[in-house]
Design a binder for this molecule. Structure first.
Ligand SMILES: Nc1ncnc2c1ncn2[C@@H]1O[C@H](COP(=O)(O)OP(=O)(O)OP(=O)(O)O)[C@@H](O)[C@H]1O
Length: 922
């Protein structure tokens, strides 16, 4: 798919990357066979040209809904397209007629409502967005229109979404072919309800998926001539039996065991069950519960679904009794007995043996013997051999696996009988939900069978894709005779050829008592030493590698022989066919005498091969449709797209193989209009003339010089790489044109720039000159102003000096005159004032003298009077003492006046105090 010759410097390309698988970049340099590329994350890498793929820069931003619309159909383009679409929650994409469904790991309810079902009803494929409904609708309409059966093959690795997709398909088919208002249980209802029942018994939590189907399933939905569902059948393939007794952490056993442990109390007591942790078949892993799952609720839902699919109450009771018996069986432990024999380890084991026998309704002793002993029939005698504890445990596990797988087969059969098949139906739509290609570190017999299935389906797929291609070529009336068909028949021969294939050799080895896995491996090495699909790894003793279409897988042949042997130990068979429970006995019907005696060997491999052939026969008689489910990450998280992971699945899912098939022919188809829109530039002259589209396309192709292309009725068919070649030519033409355009534009731009610069420089000069003139003018103006200021200042100073001088003179004159005048005035006034002063002074002196004299005379008078009064008083006192003695003493009171001369001393008579008796002057 490489198109290295069209890669030049500047090309957008995809290059391999260890982390992202592919990364885009731009070619910087091209050397002889290598190119230097700058990746979009900024690194410089050098890669071989043959490992570089062109990138379509014209691709739509949201990706294309059909990969065949990609201009470059190669691995990175496919991957990038899916990643782009997944980012915007577009989980479905077509690759031609194949639908690629990427698990969203989140509920996208808007994608599955009834409204959408209505929209897809009758819509053409491609008319609406890619969807599972579109595929189911195409299958349904093709069936109605052509009266031919159709099948939808859903594949993908564990957890990719096959079961969910299958459920949606069945729901849509039930919607299309359902009965309007049917009474009771309708067929479609039973078909849909069979899912929870099968999931309870056939699904388990694995590291890859919490609800992983551990079997393949093909559901045939039959339709009557009115297009209504009239019957259905479910075929199952290769249930993983080993899970019943062997678990790895953090996986779980089949859901039904946990559901039963969460059943209503009375059932738990009836079956003597309890905590799942107490059962050996469940406690090998630490995972007992699932997030978001309620086992008690699911138990009741499963019982309800069993009712709907027609499993009676009594049968349901028997089914869960058997499930409980298996749990008890697993708890029977063995200890070493006498010699090489074994015995029950303890009382607990005895209890579980008793319980197992009770639940299976068989004899406990017979059960113990069946577990611990083997009967060997030789031509001479019948020998009973004891098993050692390990052998007894293997026998116990073998019994558990056989019972469980018989129970599962019974369920499938019962569902089929209940739903019923329509013997008159001519058309059916089969939905195949089968495990995808598996490659583990240790791949064993199961992976061998699974990968064999996928090889078979891949061949069918290749043939179909090739047929579809051919049909399109025929429609377009182009020659396709030399398109080669890619085949994987050689791998299928290696596996299934009879005689001489691996399965045949394995059966031979199983039949030969002395065979070991080493002798088997040696036989394989010898037989296939020259087979190009078979590889013996270096230093290998029992491993072998097969180069499958999806990649090499190394198988460990150690357990191939044991796992291939498909027989029930006769002791187990006899024990259970003798059970008193008709249900249990029914699981182990007695073998016809001759079959039992003949001991005819039956192998799982051969039986599976036969089953597969029958499936292929059905598929070959139908019109197939393919849905490839992809798991975008191992974390089971939404919005995480792991490129490397997805690429591996595209490879193993055959999508890349389908693309390779396409690339062998004409991977690129373009309608004439599309082609002209994209490449008319390669021959511009056709745009001028009025040519027919087909002629114009041919003209372009001839002008470019391409060969091996084809022109059909409506489309141009290009071989791988031719689109890139045309794009490269277009790139060159565009490059040349771009140069001319660039030249013109550059000259135009340069001139424009020159004119602009010139104009700008004139502007600058003008502005500069203006600035200078303004500055000069400003200086001159400042100078004139300064002169003016100086002049004014000087005048001001002179004027002030003059005024000062003048006013000084006036002041002086005034002063002088005033002085003269004062002098004159002072002389006259002084005389007058002296007279007045003298007059006053004299007056004053005279008054003062008078006052002094007056005062002195008053004083001398008063002194005289006082002396007189004092003499009087003395006399009176003398007289008074006499009076006192006769009680007529008088009171003396001094009346003080302001004028000393007026002060009086009154003398009162004690008899009459109101009237002084005499007054004494002081
Ligand atoms: N279309 C979808 N929308 C939402 N979730 C989905 C869709 N498809 C798958 N899933 C989620 O992915 C989980 C795994 O899907 P599913 O069980 O169908 O895988 P599977 O391919 O059948 O795996 P296995 O082979 O192990 O049975 C589902 O339980 C569901 O959660």
């Amino acid at each position: 798919m490489g198109m290295s010759r069209d890669i030049t410097a500047g090309s957008h390309v995809w290059v391999g990357d260890s982390e992202l698988a592919w990364i885009d970049g731009i070619v910087i340099n091209v050397y002889a066979a290598e190119a230097e590329i700058q990746t979009s994350d900024g690194r410089m890498v050098t890669k071989k040209l043959s490992n570089i793929y062109p990138k379509d820069v014209e691709a739509p931003a949201g990706g294309v809904d059909d990969m065949t619309k990609l201009s470059y159909l190669h691995e990175p383009a496919v991957l990038y397209n899916l990643a782009t679409r997944y980012e915007i929650n577009e989980i479905y994409t077509y690759c031609g007629n194949i639908l690629i469904a990427i698990n969203p790991f989140q509920a996208l309810s808007h994608l599955y409502d009834v409204y959408l079902m209505e929209r897809y009803k009758g819509a053409q494929l491609g008319e609406l967005n890619p969807h599972v409904y579109a595929i189911a609708d195409v299958a349904y309409r093709a069936m109605i229109k052509e009266g031919k059966s159709n099948s939808i093959l859903v594949s993908g690795e564990s957890g990719a979404g096959k079961t969910e997709t299958t459920k949606m398909l069945m729901r849509y088919l039930a919607f299309l072919g359902g009965h309007a208002a049917a009474e009771g249980r309708t067929v479609e209802q039973q078909v849909l309800e069979s899912n929870p029942v099968l999931e309870a018994f056939g699904n388990a939590k694995t590291v890859k998926n919490n609800n992983s189907s551990r079997f393949g399933k093909f559901v045939e939905i039959q339709f009557d001539k009115h297009g209504q569902i009239s019957g259905a059948a479910i075929r199952t393939y290769l249930l993983e039996k080993s899970r019943v007794c062997q678990l790895s952490d953090p996986e779980r056993n089949y859901h039904c065991f946990y559901l039963l442990c969460a059943a209503p109390l009375e059932e738990i007591e009836r079956y003597k069950l309890g905590d799942p942790k107490s059962f050996h078949y469940l406690n090998q892993s630490n995972c007992y519960e699932l997030v978001g799952v309620n086992d008690a609720h699911d138990y009741l839902a499963t019982r309800k679904a069993m009712d709907i699919v027609g499993i009676s109450e009594k049968e349901q009771e028997a089914i869960f009794r058997v499930v409980a018996a298996i749990l008890h069986l697993g708890n029977i432990a063995f200890a070493k007995g006498e010699e090489d024999s074994s015995m029950l380890q303890d009382d607990e084991s005895k209890f579980h043996l008793q319980m197992t026998a009770e639940l299976l309704m068989c004899d406990p002793q017979a059960l113990e013997v069946a577990l611990c002993k083997r009967v060997m029939i030789t031509p001479e005698e019948i020998i009973e051999r004891s098993l050692d504890p390990l052998g007894a445990a293997v026998s116990r596990d073998g019994l558990a696996k056989t019972i469980y797988s018989r129970l599962f087969d019974w369920l499938v059969n019962k569902i089929n009988v209940s739903i019923g098949q329509d013997p008159h139906s001519e058309c059916l739509i089969g939905v195949l939900d089968i495990y995808g290609f598996e490659s583990f570190k240790i791949s064993s017999f199961e992976q061998f069978c699974i990968n064999f299935t996928n090889e078979k389906l891949q061949q069918h797929f290749n043939q179909h894709v090739f047929k579809m291609e051919q049909a399109e070529y025929q429609n377009e009336e182009i020659d396709w005779s030399y398109v080669e068909f890619v085949d994987n028949q050689d791998v299928l021969d290696l596996i299934e050829k009879k005689p001489g294939g691996i399965i045949s050799l394995l059966d031979e080895a199983c039949m030969f008592p002395k065979s070991t896995h080493e002798t088997f491996a040696q036989k394989l090495y010898q037989t296939f030493k020259d087979h190009k699909r078979f590889v013996k790894p270096k230093l290998a003793r029992t491993e072998f590698t097969i180069a499958h279409y999806a990649g090499e897988v190394q198988y460990q042949s150690d357990q191939f022989l044991d796992k291939n042997k498909d027989y029930v130990v006769p002791e187990h068979q006899d024990l259970l066919s003798a059970s008193k429970c008709s249900f249990v006995a029914g699981l182990f019907p007695s073998l016809p005498e001759e079959t039992a005696k003949s001991g005819k060997f039956s192998s799982i491999g051969s039986r599976f091969k036969l089953q597969l052939q029958q499936l292929m026969d059905i598929l070959n008689s139908t019109e197939p449709h393919y849905i490839r489910c992809i798991k975008p990450n191992n974390e089971l998280k939404p919005a995480l797209f792991g490129n490397v992971n997805v690429l591996q699945q595209l490879r193993s899912g055959g999508v890349l193989e389908a693309i390779r098939v396409k690339c062998e022919g004409y991977p690129t188809h373009r309608t004439f209009t599309e082609f002209l829109n994209r490449f008319a530039i390669l021959a511009p002259e056709i745009l001028e003339g009025n040519y027919e589209e087909k002629v114009a396309c041919k003209w372009i192709l001839e002008k470019v010089g391409l060969t091996r292309y084809q022109i059909g009725k409506t489309k141009v068919f290009l071989r791988a790489g031719q689109m890139a070649e045309l794009d490269a030519r277009k790139g060159k033409v565009l490059g040349e044109s771009a140069k001319v355009v660039q030249k013109q534009i550059r000259s135009h731009l340069s001139r424009k720039r020159y004119v602009r610069m010139r104009k700008a420089s004139i502007h600058i000069q003008t502005a500069w000159r203006g600035k200078l003139a303004r500055e000069l003018y400003k200086d001159m103006k400042n100078e004139a102003a300064a002169v003016q200021i100086q002049k004014t200042f000087r005048r001001q100073v002179a004027r002030r000096n003059y005024i000062d001088a003048k006013s000084s003179a006036v002041v002086l004159q005034t002063g002088l005159r005033a002085m003269v005048a004062r002098n004159e005035f002072r002389y006259k006034a002084q005389n007058k004032a002296a007279v007045i002063i003298q007059a006053y002074w004299r007056c004053y002196s005279a008054v003062s003298f008078y006052k002094k004299i007056k005062k002195a005379s008053v004083l001398s008078q008063s002194m005289f009077r006082r002396r007189t009064a004092r003499r009087n008083l003395k006399e009176q006192k003398m007289a008074g003492r006499d009076k006192e003695e006769d009680g007529t003493l008088e009171q003396v009171e001094k009346v003080t006046c302001k004028e000393p001369e007026k002060q009086l001393i009154y003398v009162y008579s004690s008899k009459d105090k109101r009237k002084p008796s005499s007054t004494i002057l002081p």
